[in-house]
Design a protein around this ligand. Structure first.
Ligand code: ZN
Length: 370
């Protein structure tokens, strides 16, 4: 085991070093190679042979120490504005003071950073169901968008053949660009909508397009009223109304049964206005919610961790605050030590032996410990 610890620490130091050198921007093959040459004499043989197998087209070095009890970032975005980051008057691509809106330029940079740091996208609903489909040595990341801003998917024109001319600087325009550029990024995202949908006349067309093109739509309640300002009955009704609304537009069970709580409230799952949303009846009809998105600031636990409450999960606000207070940079700095590292097999959970007491729900998968 000592050897394994040593290898992990060498690997992490190397990765952190590379990250520091490049200020956590995209790591180019050139500076990566230089780093290796400089460190070669201090690195043990085993590690060098691993490094030498990397694909030169991809600057990321897949980890060899799998950790499927690691943390998973679930990023929370809102609107994307097509303006230059240098013109916003706020830090690194924030459009507003709190960074709920990002520039198209910053969103592109975020995605490049995730890709080049070895993150590959998975669906939120898959994570909730314990399905982490990610290549060996890479880490899962989940994207979400709240409130249905038109800048999530802006349709410039509907072509005569029925295809959509989507604004290349809307969130979907940029995500589709990444899908072309990096086919192994596994581009996907979940859009949480209220009764306002995407706030424009093409909302329903957009929703159908998203479902048909590998994206998900979730429930952000019908009215977007803070659920703690009312009673349990209001909470379940507001969620049920939006489930019905989404079913009517998309067809039954096309939307995912995940609810993003408006303003992240209630702040405790003990509050019945949160916990009651998991299973409830309106008249005779039963509603089931797989998970609630609560207020968050950090990457969430692995779905296999005994301390996760899979019904009440945390997201990371995708914003820039000069590397402080849970912004993107500080979050991913933390993740370098705690990230979920996939074994590349959806049927097994690979963990370090000393972490086996942390296993919770294993979703009937086989466990491999080392
Ligand atoms: Zn919201």
């Amino acid at each position: 085991m000592k050897l394994i610890y040593k290898k992990i620490s060498v690997f992490l130091s190397l990765f952190i070093l590379i990250c520091n050198i490049s200020a956590c921007d995209s790591i180019t093959p050139t500076n990566l190679n230089n780093t290796h040459i400089n460190n070669e004499t201090t690195v043990e043989n085993q590690l060098i042979s691993t490094v030498s197998t990397i694909n030169t087209n991809n600057s990321f070095i897949p980890y060899t120490e799998y950790n499927e009890l690691g943390r998973v970032p679930i990023m929370m975005y809102h609107g994307i504005e097509n303006i230059k980051s240098s013109t916003t008057g706020f830090a690194g691509g924030n459009v507003d003071k709190d960074g709920y809106f990002r520039t198209a330029e910053a969103f592109r940079e975020d995605l490049e950073f995730f890709y080049n740091s070895g993150y590959r996208m998975i669906r939120l609903i898959d994570y909730v169901n314990g399905i982490i489909d990610c290549p060996a040595g890479y880490s899962p990341i989940i994207l979400t968008f709240d409130d249905g801003y038109e800048s999530n998917i802006r349709i410039n024109n509907i072509n005569t053949d029925g295809s959509l001319d989507i604004d290349k600087n809307s969130a979907i325009g940029i995500l589709e660009e990444m899908k072309q550029k990096y086919p192994d990024f596994n581009v996907t995202a979940t859009f949480f909508l209220t009764s306002k949908l995407f706030r424009n006349k093409n909302s329903k067309i957009s929703m159908h397009w998203l479902i048909e093109n590998g994206y998900d739509i979730g429930n952000h309640t019908f009215s977007h009223i803070d659920l703690t300002t009312n009673d349990v009955n209001f909470a379940i009704t507001d969620v049920a109304l939006q489930y019905e609304n989404l079913d009517e537009i998309l067809g039954p069970n096309k939307a995912v049964n995940i609810v993003a709580l408006p303003l992240g409230a209630p702040y405790s799952f003990e509050d019945k206005r949160a916990s009651s949303l998991i299973d409830f009846y309106i008249g005779e009809k039963h509603y089931h919610t797989a998970s609630l998105m609560r207020v968050g600031y950090a990457p969430e636990r692995s779905p296999y961790d005994k301390n996760i409450n899979i019904h009440y999960i945390m997201r990371v606000r995708a914003y820039d605050n000069n590397g402080e207070e849970y912004d993107i940079e500080s979050t991913f700095r933390l993740l370098n030590k705690t990230r979920y590292i996939s074994d590349g097999n959806i049927n097994t959970i690979t963990i370090k032996e000393q972490d086996s007491h942390m296993l919770g729900n294993t979703y009937d998968l086989s466990i491999i410990s080392y």
